[in-house]
Design a protein. Structure first.
Length: 215
């Protein structure tokens, strides 16, 4: 048996952080495997330093290709530091964002191109793919409203400052990915109460990978 690689994706304001906080203790209680929670960009020392450069609100002049390359660099370091060792140990890793985010944000919303971003990240990840991806879907208007309401409670970063049109493109990018890879993605309506969102995520993972949840 190898480890289990789970990712969670969604537009800004989808509520990923809140869902992860509720979901992971439930999953951990159901398994004897360790579940490592991590995030992108970031997750390890060097990758977190790169995250700070990417999301700094003072870096408005950052070129879009520079942005994409920095995401890929942070991703590679995070993989070597955290993800690959966890999988090699036959444990589970739950990652808040992965390559799909780069495709949606940089490939589609920034206009770099989906294939260009895929090629860049193929090099960065050596082809590693999640076993399952939970996609929390939320209309862009709702997501932005949530972001602005939570400004005092969460980091308000450079990408949060983008306008509605940008975030609509991000969502369109995600929905295109979901349509393309229906077997990997689990789509969850993130406008539902958090209890329902967590329940669907939990059931989807446990039912798809019963060999990991034997308690």
């Amino acid at each position: 048996m190898v480890g289990l690689f789970i990712t969670m994706e969604g537009p800004d304001g989808a509520g990923k952080t809140s869902v992860i906080k509720e979901l992971l203790p439930r999953l951990q209680a159901k398994t004897t495997k360790n579940i490592i929670s991590t995030r992108e960009p970031g997750g390890s020392n060097i990758a977190e330093s790169i995250r700070g450069i990417i999301l700094d609100v003072n870096h408005q002049e950052m070129d879009v290709r520079t942005e994409a390359i920095l995401y890929a660099a942070a991703r590679r370091q995070h993989l070597t530091d955290i993800v690959l060792p966890t999988l090699a140990n036959e444990d589970m890793i739950f990652c808040d964002r992965f390559v799909d985010s780069s495709v949606a944000y940089q490939g589609v919303a920034r206009g770099i191109g989906v294939e260009e971003i895929r090629q860049l990240n193929q090099f960065a990840t050596a082809g590693l793919r999640p076993d399952i991806t939970l996609y929390l879907d939320v209309p862009s208007e709702v997501g932005l409203e949530r972001i602005y309401k939570a400004r005092g409670e969460r980091q308000f970063d450079r990408l949060d400052q983008e306008g509605l049109a940008f975030h609509q493109k991000v969502r369109q990018g995600y929905l295109a990915l979901v349509a393309e890879e229906k077997e990997r993605f689990i789509v969850v309506d993130a406008t539902a109460p958090i209890e329902e969102v967590v329940e669907k995520c939990y059931n989807s993972i446990v039912e798809k990978f019963p060999q990991f949840f034997d308690k």
